[in-house]
Write a protein that binds this ligand. Sequence first.
Ligand code: MG
Length: 176
Amino acid sequence: MMNPRVEKLMNEQVNKEFFSAYLYQAIAAYFAEQNLSGFAHWMNAQVQEEVIHAYKFYNHILERGGRVVLEAIDKPPSEWDSPLAAFEAALKHERFISESINKIYDAVIEEKDHASRPLLDWFVDEQIEEEDTATGNVERMKLVADHGHGILMLDKELSARVLPAPVLLGQVPGGE
Ligand code: MG
């Protein structure tokens, strides 16, 4: 039996993670339009990670006997002032997600929902990494500024990101 307050927050988090995927897909399209194919590749990999994040909460709700309720996903922006501004938007969004994860963790502790703690511990660690890589992208973009050669070098570096493992489909409770 799942705690109703935690169930509601986790359903909202499923939506936020799918929105993250949608936002990063929009940024990937913007980068592709700017002929920054390495940046676009990096963001496409990030999209897949966000879908995995959504599934982690989705599967947890099902495994605990809760109900998954999917709401509409907000429309992301379609353009930014510069590639730096797009990376800054991604960093700002990850900070928002970290706050959201922390709020779920607070609820899990208050409601004594011990079974949800391993999942939230995983997300707390993941958000440290997400903010760190997003900050790195912003800082390195600031370093190269408007220098074309530096931007192309960074683009080549980001093109090497390995895609995450394929997304697991939603699990049936009790099934494999
Ligand atoms: Mg995420």
